[in-house]
Design a binder for this molecule. Structure first.
Ligand code: APR
Length: 237
């Protein structure tokens, strides 16, 4: 991937970039949680029906993410960010904090953050690393007593700060997409927007995404196999 001083790089990551840190993807093998599909535990309807089940799911994900470490692909993205400064923007669908722990700064979590919760009434997110695995331990708001939920964008909800994302996408000359199946919108549609404005588009992952036809280049391989050398090439110019 060659970059010049005029280039603006927009990176979109998905669950695949954290796979080699030991965090399961949603739709591949091992993509089920206790026999549930993610769509069965990550919706407002699931929350209304069984908040204990939903908190159990996110508590387990908190536990897994806490014990995972960033991998070479997360680190490679911090290196290119240091070089490009504000010509770099990272939009992740992931709710884990591995990008931050690798050192990413210009990052936006469009689907929320695993280590934040928010009151269903006050709506203000706050840091929260606690585990809530039984009905007796479900959290309530200190201020108003309403139930506290994970600060996660569930299916059917609107991703966070889409205006900022589209602003950054409109400046991009290169869109690099890593480890996402291309099945969840609006993220899966970023490549179409990029194509309309003639932004170069590159996909990295071990298998082709559903929207493979939309990409200029598909680099098959895992994130840690492909990203470090791709980023090295960009550094070399
Ligand atoms: N390196 C790169 N990509 C990988 C790796 C790897 N080591 N291992 C797997 N992948 C790829 C898979 O080939 C697949 O295309 O990662 C992708 C994971 O796809 P999904 O499980 O569908 O995850 P994602 O696209 O991030 O899901 C989007 O759906 O469940 C919701 O909100 C959740 O943010 C999530 C969204």
């Amino acid at each position: 991937m060659r970059l010049t001083e005029q280039d603006h790089l927009f990176v979109l990551t998905g669950a695949g970039i954290s796979a080699e840190s030991g965090l399961a993807t949603f739709r591949g093998s091992g993509g089920l949680w206790n026999g549930y599909r993610v769509e069965q535990v990550a919706t407002p309807e699931a929350w209304d029906a069984d908040p204990t089940l939903v908190w159990h799911f996110y508590s387990q994900r908190r536990r897994n993410a806490s014990s995972a470490q960033p991998n070479a692909a997360h680190v490679a993205l911090t290196q290119i960010e240091q070089q490009l400064g504000d010509r770099f923007y990272l939009c992740t669908q992931n709710v884990d904090d591995l990008h931050e722990r690798a050192g990413s700064k210009r990052i936006h979590h469009m689907h929320g953050s695993l280590f934040q919760s928010r009151c269903t009434r006050c709506d203000q997110p706050f840091p929260d690393t606690a585990l809530y695995e039984t009905a007796e331990t479900l959290p309530q708001c200190d201020q108003c007593g309403a139930p506290v939920r994970p600060h996660i964008v569930w299916f059917g909800e609107i991703p966070l700060d889409m205006d900022a994302i589209y602003r950054q996408l409109s400046r991009a000359t290169v869109l690099l997409v890593v480890g996402t199946s291309g099945s969840v919108y609006p993220a899966a549609g970023f490549v179409d927007i990029a194509n309309q404005q003639r932004t170069r588009t590159i996909y990295v992952g071990p298998e082709e995404p559903l929207n493979r036809e939309a990409f200029d280049e598909i680099l098959l391989g895992t994130a840690t196999e492909v990203l470090p050398s791709l980023i090295d090439q960009a550094n070399a110019t």
